[in-house]
Ligand binder design. Structure first.
Ligand code: COA
Length: 348
């Protein structure tokens, strides 16, 4: 018994923050950002929270595929930017998306959250106790980004993606995964305050400790090493050579990281799915957004390699054989990503 993805959905807000606007607010240039990161623009959720983004992705999944909300038994929401520290954002999503027969919970694995959640969902299905689980990845990174810090504000964006995982006895579906963590990386990529270690205070606000901080070049090197080696290991554990991989769906943090990893794995760039130029790094949402963006390219029986790296440090990789999707409701897909509105951020 295996778990297979049978439907995908995605949602990005309409407001766009492009490199030009960023270059007018911090000391950088449009060219520098694009050359060093591959990012041209990112989406910003104005007046929306993470639950709204996730509900948008689930609504998109349900409006494109023959899936009833009442069929769903569980929702795992990967997010690093929950609506509240307490209560779970997944509860709100179950309510708003009409998942009346599902229980839901949040999982914070930072940029690896979606892959961790996918593995958790797959093992729940393989245990025989569950048949239909939605795995969503959603982040409103703009809520923790300091738009006066050129180290981070160039990278992140808001968005959400969701997949339906179902039981199958076919050859399709998720294969073995390898997931890793290394807590010694915590200080290199962190929102220092607002949690139990340093609760929110006047001081934390004054010193901007509620915003994301990172040692960019150190994270960059660790990401390349970790994603390359864990991908090699997962290929071996699944008995696959890199030339048997049809598509790579990597976490979208920096185009140079993605290119270095594919070079290390000896996989052609044409096989590597990239949408970072449009969305930036949406943390838990990058991988499901990429699956959603490129689902039309994936054919039944093709092998996908998914790999990620993020705060923690957290990282991992999995392989899957693309399966038969649920019947589509109509040929006309709802792609909210096509709507665009250029945003001028309000800096305080
Ligand atoms: N605009 C212009 N110059 C910038 C800049 C910016 N936004 N950010 C840094 N620089 C400058 C630095 O000051 C430095 O100048 P110097 O050589 O005069 O000292 C130079 O560019 C190189 O800095 P460095 O930090 O080595 O740049 P980089 O090539 O590593 O790019 C990041 C910076 C943040 C884009 C890159 O390190 C990165 O993407 N890291 C990974 C981040 C990540 O993935 N985070 C999430 C993990 S999931």
């Amino acid at each position: 018994m295996k778990a297979v993805i049978t439907a995908v959905g995605g949602f990005v807000p309409t407001s766009i923050l492009n490199n030009k606007t960023i270059s007018e607010t911090v000391e950088t240039t449009e060219e520098w950002i694009e050359k060093r990161t591959g990012i041209k623009e990112r989406r910003i959720a104005v007046g929306k929270s993470t639950s709204d983004l996730a509900c948008g992705a689930i609504e998109n999944l349900m409006s494109n595929f023959e899936v009833e909300p009442s069929e769903i038994e569980a929702l795992i929401l990967a997010t690093a930017t929950p609506d509240h520290i307490l209560a779970p954002t997944a509860s709100k999503i179950c309510e708003l998306s009409g998942l009346t027969n599902a229980f839901g919970f949040d999982m914070n694995g930072a940029c690896s959250g979606f892959l961790y959640a996918l593995e958790m969902g797959a093992t729940m299905i393989e245990s025989g106790r569950y048949k239909k689980i939605i795995i969503a990845g959603a982040d409103k990174m703009s809520s923790i980004v300091d738009y006066e810090d050129r180290n981070t504000c160039i990278l992140f964006g808001d968005g959400a993606g969701a997949v339906l995982l179902e039981r199958t006895e076919t050859e399709y579906g998720l294969m073995k995964s390898i997931l890793r963590t290394d807590g010694s990386g915590t200080a290199s990529l962190v929102v220092p305050a607002g949690g139990s270690k340093f609760p929110a205070s006047m001081q934390s606000i004054i010193h901007k400790k509620h915003f994301i901080k990172q040692d960019g070049s150190f994270v960059f090197k660790r990401a390349v090493e970790a994603m390359s080696s864990v991908s090699r290991d997962v290929l071996i554990s699944n008995g696959l050579d890199s030339d048997e991989i049809d598509w790579v769906v990597p976490h979208q943090a920096n185009l140079r990281i993605i290119k270095a990893v594919s070079e290390n794995l000896n996989i052609d760039n044409e096989k590597v799915k990239v949408n970072i130029e449009r969305y930036g790094n949406t943390t838990s949402a990058t991988i499901p957004l990429c699956l959603w963006d490129y689902a039309a390219d994936f054919e039944e029986g093709q092998n996908l390699l998914i790999t990620t790296f993020g705060a923690g440090f957290s990282w991992g990789a999995t392989c899957l054989k693309w399966g038969v999707m649920r019947e589509r409701k109509s040929q006309k897909t709802t792609k909210t990503a096509n709507k665009r509105r250029v945003l001028v951020p309000q800096l305080s």
